[in-house]
Design a protein around this ligand. Structure first.
Ligand code: NAP
Length: 237
C-alpha cells in the first residue's frame, strides 16, 4: 500500500485529506500537537482498515520530525509527504505595524523551516518510491497583498519558493504547492474571527488533491479550484 505522511491531520484539511487517502487504501503517518484529537482521528481512519501511525508533536521540533520519518520507515517507506500544519503568526491576524517579530518567527519556523526539515528527513524514502510526491499546502495570501495577512503570506510565499526549487532539484519527484482556497476551519476562524461568512468545507477541496495524485502533473504551483474546474487538464499557475 502507498504510504502518506500528513502534518496537521487531526482536523481541517489535513484530516479530510487523510480520510480520503485512507478510503483509497493508503497507509498514513499523521501528526498534530494535540494528542487526544489526533488519536481520535487515527482511530476513526483505522476502523476502515488503513494502517495509521499517529505521532503527536510539533513539526518545529526536530526530534518529532525524526519520529515521523521513523514511523514511515516502519511502514516500509513513503510515497507522499503533505506539509499542511501551519501557524498564522498572530491570532487574530494583525497589520504589519503590529505584528510581533516573535509571531513572524513562529510562522516562518512552522510553515517554512519545519517543512524543509521534513523534506530533508523524508527525501531518501521519497526518492526510493516509484511515485514520490511532496505537497506543500500554500495559500493565496502567498501571492495577494491582503491587509493583515502579511506575515503569514510571506511565510507561504517562502514555502512556495522552496517547493519550486525542490521541484527543479528533484526531477524524479513531483513537488506541488497547492493553494486550497478559503475553507471553514479553526485556522480561518482564528485568523479572522469577525468574518462569519460561510466558506467551503475542507472536504470539498480534497478532490483537487486527489486529482494531483491521479494525474501527476508537472511539479509547480496549483490552485485547488482550477484543478477541479478543468476536467481533462490541470492548469499550473
Ligand atoms: N482555512 C483556510 O481558509 C485556508 C486557506 C488557505 C490555506 N490554508 C492552509 O491549509 C492548511 C490547513 O489549514 P486548516 O485551515 O485545515 O487548519 P486547521 O483546521 O486549524 O488544522 C490545522 C492542523 O494543523 C495542526 N497543527 C498546527 N500547528 C502545528 C504544529 N506546529 N505541529 C503539528 N501540527 C500542527 C493542528 O492541530 P494542533 O493544533 O493540535 O497541532 C491541526 O491538526 C494550512 O497550511 C493553512 O495555511 C487554509
Amino acid at each position: 500500500m502507498p504510504v502518506a505522511m500528513i502534518t496537521g491531520a487531526s482536523k481541517g484539511l489535513g484530516r479530510a485529506l487523510a480520510a480520503a487517502l485512507a478510503q483509497r487504501g493508503w497507509d498514513l503517518v499523521l501528526d498534530a500537537r494535540t494528542a487526544i484529537a489526533l488519536e481520535e482521528t487515527a482511530k476513526e481512519l483505522a476502523a476502515g482498515g488503513a494502517r495509521v501511525a499517529a505521532v503527536p508533536g510539533d513539526v518545529t521540533d526536530a526530534a518529532h520530525r525524526g519520529a515521523l520519518v521513523a514511523a514511515a520507515g516502519e511502514f516500509g517507506g513513503l510515497d507522499l509527504l503533505v506539509s499542511n500544519a501551519s501557524a498564522l503568526g498572530a491570532e487574530p491576524l494583525v497589520r504589519l505595524d503590529a505584528l510581533s517579530l516573535e509571531g513572524l518567527r513562529q510562522a516562518l519556523e512552522t510553515n517554512v523551516v519545519a517543512a524543509l526539515g521534513l523534506v530533508q528527513g523524508t527525501l531518501p524514502l521519497l526518492r526510493a518510491s516509484a511515485a514520490g510526491a511532496v505537497v506543500m499546502v500554500s495559500s493565496d495570501a502567498a501571492a495577494e497583498p491582503y491587509e493583515t495577512w502579511g506575515g503569514y503570506g510571506a511565510s507561504k510565499a517562502a514555502l512556495d519558493q522552496l517547493a519550486a526549487v525542490l521541484g527543479v532539484e528533484e526531477p524524479g519527484l513531483r513537488v506541488w504547492a497547492v493553494d486550497p482556497g478559503d475553507m471553514q476551519t479553526d485556522l480561518y476562524a482564528a485568523a479572522v474571527p469577525e468574518d462569519e461568512d460561510p466558506r467551503p468545507r475542507p472536504e470539498s477541496v480534497v478532490p483537487a488533491f486527489l486529482r494531483l495524485l491521479d494525474r501527476r502533473p508537472a511539479s509547480g504551483r496549483y490552485a485547488a479550484p482550477a484543478l477541479t474546474e478543468t476536467p481533462e487538464t490541470v492548469v499550473e499557475l
